[in-house]
Design a binder for this molecule. Structure first.
Ligand code: FE2
Length: 285
């Protein structure tokens, strides 16, 4: 008999790997590495941040995406962006850009230093099901002010970007993976509990402090993958803890990936490359 309301235990603890991306941006990657290629439906997780603009000023010049969603969440500084749909703007502190590439977009992402000299953020790639890989691109620009910030009790602060927490829904909606994306800050010794659908992949990205994650002690910076169960339980230690809690419904489909293209077959990847070369890559824009 299945355990009711069982606490999810950590089944894998991933140490972020230093990589260079884009035109020369130093960042820390936890998904899309040799150690963890894919955490269905999540294709990539990057944490970028530096006090030295040399680490990121080359940015991510114009590049394509097909078959995925990229989710950018800024903690410090900003990212200037422009794309083939005619959008342009700045993702500022606390803002989220949930970009559904569908059949294809070309965009540029350029990190900028904040007034405090710091730039920091996260980018998650969420896979699209086969049926949506060639759909029209879509952007959700989510401003910091529209993200509910909940304090269920003293010492617990939860920003709800997607999914639900304490009866509040986040502003990122109509996403195929039915994701939860929470940013949780715990004071020392505070304890956080939430339910996540049992059939969803779930992980925490601990970016500050330390604490107990379902029975496993962890210190920043770590990506912690949860096993089976329904309840996530985290208790901060002496300095508190800040982490993202992300979950999504696995697709269970074959993947073929080549850089910014993620499709189901190698043939589809070859088509994307050919279309990019022929100038027929952009279907909507
Ligand atoms: Fe991109």
């Amino acid at each position: 008999m299945a355990e009711i309301n069982s606490i999810r235990k950590v089944i894998n603890s991933i140490e972020p790997q230093s990589v260079m991306e884009g035109a020369g941006v130093r960042l820390r990657r936890s998904i899309a590495t040799r150690q963890l290629d894919y955490l269905d439906p999540f294709l990539l997780f990057d944490h970028f941040g530096s006090h030295d603009p040399v680490d990121y000023m080359a940015g991510f010049p114009m590049h394509p995406h097909r078959g995925i969603e990229t989710v950018t969440y800024m903690q410090a500084g900003s990212v200037r962006h422009t794309d083939s749909l005619g959008n342009s703007g700045v993702i500022k502190i606390g803002d989220v850009q949930w970009m559904t590439s569908g059949s294809g977009i070309m965009h540029e992402e350029m990190p900028q230093q904040g007034p405090d000299g710091h730039m920091e953020g996260f980018q998650l790639w969420v896979n699209l099901p086969a049926i949506l890989k060639m759909s029209a691109p879509r952007y959700q620009e989510i401003l910091a002010g529209s993200i509910p910030e909940i304090m269920p009790e003293p010492g617990i602060h939860v920003k709800v970007i997607a999914g639900e927490y304490a009866g509040q829904r986040g502003p990122a909606t109509e996403i195929a993976a039915d994701p939860t994306y929470l940013d949780v800050a715990l004071d020392p010794a505070a304890s956080f509990t939430t339910r996540i659908a049992a059939d969803h992949t779930a992980f925490a990205y601990l970016y500050f402090g330390d604490g107990d994650f379902g029975g496993t002690f962890a210190s920043a910076t770590r990506l912690l993958i949860f096993g089976a169960g329904e309840t996530i339980q985290v208790t901060a230690d002496k300095i508190g803890a800040k982490f993202l809690l992300i979950s999504g419904k696995p697709l269970g489909e074959p993947i073929a990936r080549y850089g910014p293209f993620v499709m189901n077959t190698q043939q589809e990847i070859m088509e994307a490359v050919k279309e990019l070369r022929d100038g027929t890559f952009i279907k909507h824009g």
